[in-house]
Design a protein around this ligand. Sequence first.
Ligand code: GDP
Length: 306
Amino acid sequence: MNELRNIAIIAHVDHGKTTLVDQIMRQVRLFRENEQVRECFLDSNDLERERGITILSKNISVRYEGVKINLIDTPGHSDFGGQVERVLKLADGVLLLVDAADGPMPQTRFVLKKALELDLQPIVVINKIDKPDARPDVVLERVFDLFVELDASNEQLDFPHYYASGRDGWAAQELEDARESLRPLLDGVIGKIPAPEVHEGPVQFQVASIDYNSFVGRIGIGRVYRGTLRTGMPLTLIRRNGDTEPAQLKQLLSFEGLERRETERVPCGELCAVVGMEDIDIGDTVADAEHPESLPFVEVDEPTVA
Ligand code: GDP
């Protein structure tokens, strides 16, 4: 699916993840409505309310230039151990956000290491450039050194980088470029992060995280890695220990903006939430009942703080 990108956002706490995502959401909506970004920005008083919502939601998506971009929130802390890998496995690339004054911090390092090991394409954002004590050149060099230290491949070392102020709503490839909007960064995501690979064949979906809702019970959130997931199709739930059980979807939800929207089919590469399997768990595979093949399960590492 060429019109899809799955990108995980990695940042040390407070480096501006929430603010940047809020601004991206506001701006893509404004681009679409063909309004003047600057005017609305100063006028809008929705920001605080939206911030609250964004903080609570894990997977959100934006549509930009005909491409759906799934923004995947990543737990930054090593306490999450293997959970970080599973969430990163949903993505084809990472946006690494680094504070232009603080530079890389322990959580940046921990999650970046996992992302590089999973061969994800990184994009680096030196954020909060507006800070008086910002030192973008030094911080970019520190980030590069960190990549080297973490054994990044040559391709990963060649990471595209942007300077940005999430707060002020702009990103630029060079420090002297115009500071107008986040378009350059979004263009970078579309241009540099690969579209998910499409594998034809019997459907395989893997659960990366679990959500719970008192009306429908456990909800498995994950990615379709092969084929197309459809409501009503006969499925098999394959547990981590190899046990299998017949399964059926009660509901299939895709991520649209801040919402989850009911859908009947989810193509390969896309993220979704599955409802109707009572004891579904992280790492389980939902597969075509006639070809119940499991996806490899990512083992939980012992937490390590580098
Ligand atoms: P998160 O923990 O990574 O989600 O970070 P937040 O988005 O909550 O931001 C943490 C703090 O940094 C808040 O006080 C924000 O207002 C501030 N902040 C976020 N982005 C910027 C920025 O671009 N410039 C400046 N100066 N402050 C920012």
